[in-house]
Write a protein that binds this ligand. Structure first.
Ligand code: SF4
Ligand code: SF4
Length: 328
């Protein structure tokens, strides 16, 4: 089990023996539905209440270790920019008579002027909610916040997790601000920001809303940011116009690129797509990734080394792939 960090240093994927007794009998890949051919909602697996998760003890171990060894990541409400108020504004009793197009324009403009770097809309689907966590809010505004690639490239060293938490905080602030703005317009809105998971998985609606394509490393690749960004979202009943998925050649590119596969110390990234809950897609082996992720403050090597994330490479790659698509 070996890989290479962004600077080419070989890394070991050996598991810290402290984690071994906590690894549960049930595979995370089974919980995730790897190999299942029927579509179904995802099961909670990580970043929910650890007492209710088979892998929850390991989640707690990871958080304690990170808080102890990287103190900047403690007390996120007060550090790394904070997360904004937990109190939500009341929902106003009256609404302006705007069209869905006008609300969409106004909501996106608000998001972009309140810390989001990109904002897009998707109509919610039941299959994006974790089982048992459905909410009766029919759409979502998904926001992307860019990470500093120089910090991310330090992965798996602490500058990376500090930047990850800083951007999760920024995304959460942006989501809370947008939710309050929507509520003041007379519509319901609930913000959701990482690192803990809310009632839904954010990646599928972000893909549907056009924030990028899924990469082999299991994270979204965005035209502008590569995989160097984080997501936050606001579920709402405000009438909004959904965006369309984006496509700029990532999927083709990943077929022939092996950078993240080779760099992943525990060899968790598969060379080919697999079927997960009835969908054929890129999938990262949970059981191999998570122990390494836990002992390295959230790892992040795969998204750091991805050529789309690298500021000196990503924009040129985009132009090349767009020219190729044009010719096709
Ligand atoms: S985050 Fe997981 S998949 Fe990515 S490089 Fe680290 S161990 Fe591998
Ligand atoms: S490193 Fe290569 S294979 Fe992996 S996600 Fe990025 S482009 Fe795709």
């Amino acid at each position: 089990m070996s890989g290479h960090a962004f600077d080419g240093t070989p890394l070991s994927g050996e598991i810290d023996p402290e984690q071994l007794p906590m690894i549960p009998d049930v595979s995370g890949n089974t919980i995730n539905g790897l190999g299942e051919t029927e579509r179904r909602q995802p099961s909670p697996i990580y970043w929910h209440n650890p007492r209710e998760l088979a892998w929850g003890e390991l989640q707690t171990w990871m958080l304690k270790k990170t808080a102890h060894e990287v103190p900047e990541t403690r007390a996120l409400d007060h550090q790394l920019g904070g997360r904004g108020s937990k109190e939500r504004a009341p929902v106003a009793k009256s609404r302006a008579g705007k069209s869905a197009e006008e609300w969409t324009e106004a909501a996106k403009a608000f998001a972009l002027s309140h810390e989001a770097d990109q904002a897009a809309v998707a109509e919610m689907r039941t299959e994006w909610f974790f089982e048992g966590m459905e909410e009766d809010l029919p759409r979502i505004v998904i926001m992307a916040v860019r990470m500093d690639h120089a910090d991310l490239a330090a992965a798996p060293e602490p500058p990376s997790i500090i930047e990850v938490m800083r951007q999760y905080n920024r995304g959460t602030r942006a989501a809370r601000a947008l939710a309050d703005w929507i509520r003041k317009q007379g519509y319901r809105a609930e913000p959701h920001g990482g690192p803990t998971a809310g009632p839904l998985t954010l990646i599928p609606p972000a893909l549907a809303a056009g924030l990028g394509e899924l990469g082999k490393h299991g994270s979204i690749i965005n035209r502008e940011f590569g995989a160097s960004f984080r997501l936050a979202g606001v579920l709402t009943d405000m009438p909004l116009v959904a965006d369309r998925p984006d496509g700029f050649g990532v999927d083709d590119f990943c077929m022939n690129c092996r950078v993240c596969e080779k760099a992943c110390p525990p060899d968790a990234i598969a060379p080919a797509k697999q079927t997960v809950r009835g969908v054929e897609k890129w999938y990262v082996d949970f059981d191999k990734c998570v122990p390494y992720f836990n002992q390295t403050y959230g790892c992040g090597i795969c998204i750091a080394v991805c050529p789309w994330s690298r500021p000196e490479v990503g924009p040129k790659l985009l132009q090349k792939m767009l020219r190729r698509l044009d010719r096709a």
